[in-house]
Design a protein around this ligand. Structure first.
Ligand code: ZN
Length: 321
């Protein structure tokens, strides 16, 4: 059926509704603008001298890119919003049976669809749809891969004395974009089914209202914490021996902190100026995000010097479709 063209008044109302919805969704997801900028900036300010100078000088760009994927959530870009929303989280409780997580996105999808097919209708099989479980570690590793490939190209262009400015722009973009998801991973509520109110058995009486997520990561943080409050907890980077396994461990560590968020909220720790416990907890979570991001950047740089073109064990180039 063809729709009638909208009147001016209905256009006005729908624009207002879109703006309101967008504003609300931005406020419900991510560390909030401030948290994402801080995590990227603190990591950028600790880039070691052995990494390229252009990268160490990109603090402003890297900070700006921290919230970038949250700018992709407007209904006015529906396909984009729809495609990338599951990238921001993973409900680890839903995949407790899948350890270790498979290293590739499509292997993960296959396991989830098998689980869904084997789940009785009464047990909510759609909970196992990939877009309901979330794809956090996969988007993170995919951007890490892009960054490593770009650093490899940068090294090559320098070797052959070609201009490097274009690849430098690509590197800064990938590195900043990566920071968004790594920071999301340090926010415990991005790793859990309890992402915005406790669900299921609740013997300790934690809040079930859909307000704790934004209260913690946006309202409380914006009013009480700055980058310098946690920069001191971030040290020189370490090379990750196994980036995917190390990142999943980081997400599991974050998931173990979920109950702390609820306990602090229950004690009123995120109200107004907040409690000392809330400050300590939040600054250490943000620092964990910056540290992981810095370790990823450093590892991508070092690994780009030695990484082979093909998967380990393969001898020939895979066919390209
Ligand atoms: Zn996010």
């Amino acid at each position: 059926m063809k729709q009638k063209p909208p009147t001016f008044a209905s256009k006005l109302v729908s624009s207002a509704l879109i703006a309101l919805f967008w504003f609300q969704s931005v406020n419900v997801f991510g560390w909030g603008n401030e948290g994402h900028e801080y995590v990227n900036r603190v990591a950028a300010e600790k880039i070691p001298a052995e990494m390229p100078r252009f990268f160490r000088h990109a603090v402003a760009e890297l900070s700006y890119l921290g919230p970038e994927p949250d700018r992709w959530r407007s209904p006015s870009e529906y396909a984009l919003k729809n495609a990338q929303e599951p990238d921001h989280y993973i409900d680890l409780e839903r995949v407790a049976w899948l350890d270790p997580l498979p290293p590739g996105r499509y292997e993960f999808y296959r396991k989830l669809y098998e689980k869904r097919a084997a789940t009785a209708a009464a047990d909510h099989p759609d909970d196992y749809l990939p877009e309901h479980v979330g794809l956090q570690p996969y988007i993170t590793m995919e951007i890490f891969g892009r960054l490593k490939a770009a650093f490899r190209e940068y090294r090559h262009l320098r070797e052959v004395h070609q201009p490097t400015a274009p690849v430098e722009h690509a590197i800064v973009f990938y590195a900043g974009w990566l920071g968004h998801y790594v920071a999301d991973g340090s926010q415990p509520l991005h790793t859990t089914i309890h992402y915005n109110g406790w669900v299921g058995p609740n013997p300790k009486g934690y809040t079930t209202e859909h307000g704790i997520h934004a209260k913690f990561e946006s309202t409380y943080l914006a009013q009480n914490i700055t980058a310098k409050d946690f920069a001191k907890f971030v040290h020189t980077p370490e090379r990750l021996a196994n980036p995917f396994a190390d990142y999943v461990k980081y997400l599991r560590d974050s998931n173990r902190q979920v109950e702390n968020v609820y306990a602090i909220e229950k004690a009123g720790g995120f109200n107004g100026k907040g409690s000392a416990e809330a400050f300590d907890f939040t600054t250490h979570r943000l620092a964990a995000g910056s540290q992981m991001l810095l370790d990823f950047w450093y590892t991508a740089w070092l690994d780009s010097a030695t990484s082979t073109e093909f998967a380990p064990g393969s001898t020939a180039a895979p066919p390209i479709k």
